[in-house]
Design a protein around this ligand. Structure first.
Ligand code: 5GP
Length: 190
C-alpha cells in the first residue's frame, strides 16, 4: 500500500539494526486519516469473508483494529497481556514472546467474547517472528471460532513469522513487506 510505504519512508526510523520505529504515525502518535485508509484496505481485502469479529492484541493493535472495525461494522476484541482483575469468569489463554521487550507473557481473552459462532479477522501493526499472531491464533483455536485471515500493516519479510503463520494455514495480507534494512534505510519487497 503506497500510502503506508510512503509514511514509513518519510516518518519511520530504523533503530538498532532491525527495529523500525513508526511511533510518529502508527503506534504512539496516530495518523488517523492514514489508519482509516489502512482500515479501508483491510475491508477491501476481507469484505466477502463473513467477518463478524476483529481480534487484536494490546496495546498497539487496538487503534488500528478499531478503525478497521468501523468499515466492517463489527466489534473488536483485544487480547490482554496479563491476568486482569477486571475479567471475571473463564478465559482462553496462550503465551507470547515479545519482540520488542524480549520476554514471555500470557495473553487472555474472556470466553464471553469469542466462541464457535465467530469468524475472526486478526489485526496487528507488525509481523516479525510471528509470536503475537500465533498466540492470537491459539486463542481462536481454543474458542472454536474460525479464522478468516490476518491483516498486518508492516511485515518484516526477512523474518520467520510470515512463513510460520501462512504454513499454519492462516491467510496473511500485509500492506507493506520489508525486504531488508540496508544502511539504516527500509527496502520494500517488490
Ligand atoms: P512478532 O511477535 O511477530 O515477533 O512481533 C510482532 C509484535 O512485535 C508486534 O505486535 C509489534 O508490536 C512488535 N514489533 C515487531 N517488530 C517491530 C518493529 O520493528 N518495530 C516496532 N515498533 N514493533 C515491532
Amino acid at each position: 500500500m503506497k500510502l503506508l510505504e510512503d509514511a514509513i519512508l518519510q516518518r519511520g526510523r530504523v533503530k538498532d539494526g532491525d527495529v523500525l520505529k513508526v511511533d510518529a504515525f502508527l503506534n504512539h502518535q496516530m495518523d488517523v486519516p492514514l489508519i482509516n485508509e489502512i482500515g479501508k484496505e483491510f475491508y477491501r481485502l476481507y469484505k466477502d469473508q463473513g467477518v463478524n469479529k476483529i481480534l487484536t492484541i494490546e496495546a498497539s493493535g487496538i487503534g488500528i483494529a478499531c478503525i478497521t472495525a468501523q468499515h466492517f461494522g463489527v466489534p473488536v476484541v483485544f487480547a490482554k497481556k496479563t491476568q486482569s482483575r477486571n475479567i471475571d469468569g473463564p478465559v482462553y489463554t496462550s503465551k507470547v514472546t515479545s519482540f520488542t521487550h524480549q520476554r514471555e507473557y500470557d495473553i487472555i481473552v474472556s470466553k464471553s467474547f469469542l466462541g464457535p459462532e465467530d469468524r475472526v479477522l486478526l489485526i496487528d501493526d507488525f509481523l516479525a517472528r510471528g509470536s503475537a499472531l500465533l498466540g492470537l491464533i491459539e486463542l481462536v483455536h481454543q474458542s472454536g471460532a474460525s479464522i478468516v485471515g490476518a491483516g498486518i500493516c508492516i511485515e518484516k519479510g526477512f523474518d520467520t513469522g510470515g512463513k510460520l503463520v501462512r504454513d499454519s494455514g492462516v491467510p496473511v495480507e500485509s500492506l507493506s513487506i520489508i525486504k531488508e534494512f540496508r544502511d539504516g534505510k527500509v527496502v520494500f519487497a517488490d
